[in-house]
Design a binder for this molecule. Sequence first.
Ligand code: PRP
Ligand code: URA
Length: 213
Amino acid sequence: MNEFGENVFVLEHPLITHKISILRDKSTGTNEFRQLVEEIAMLMGFVALSDLPMKTVEVETPIERAETRVIAGRKLAIVPILRAGLGMVSGLTALVPSAKIGHIGMYRNEETHQPVEYFCKLPNPIEERTIVVCDPMLATGGSGVDAISQIKSHGGKKIKFVCIIAAPEGVRRLHAAHPDVQIYVGNLDRCLNENAYICPGLGDAGDRIFGTK
Ligand code: PRP
Ligand code: URA
């Protein structure tokens, strides 16, 4: 357990932290940045999905008939928060190719830092799926809180939130608003600055993934 309590997992794994360090470097270009986001998402997904429910099935091996286990239940839903969350989708679907993908469009108003929602399309039946919401950055927590509220209003129940870098303020806010949601953080950073950017962070994740600005 950490300072945030149950359901918050700060991974700080050497492989993840090493790759995040390269992301942080402002001289890392778009191509490498995108590749690293994908790799980190895959490593984080591997951990975040370690409690997926399993069921027993029988298979015929070349040697004998065997009881073995496969993932049970409805397919997973991966829900990136646009835009930056899109960068994590390929890494997560590499782990679970059969996953369905929803999208939530959200941007932060540059002055108020409040999230503005502009799109929501989720796979049905959402209530039966384990849902992995992904976004590289959890800053004030506003976007994550609203995205999860939206998913819950459509019936989503079993929700995990995977972010590469988080500020403590964002983790506290998201955990307080949605204590049932498991939050997976790659690296926990120091604080937010006056523009609500994460320090030291990596800058604007969307712009760095898509090469905008
Ligand atoms: C970024 C990021 C998160 C949000 C985090 O998106 O990808 O969605 O900010 O900030 P918060 O925790 O304070 O809400 P942004 O608004 O820059 O949109 P973009 O991904 O389209 O660039
Ligand atoms: N969104 C980003 O992309 N980066 C931050 O540091 C904060 C919000």
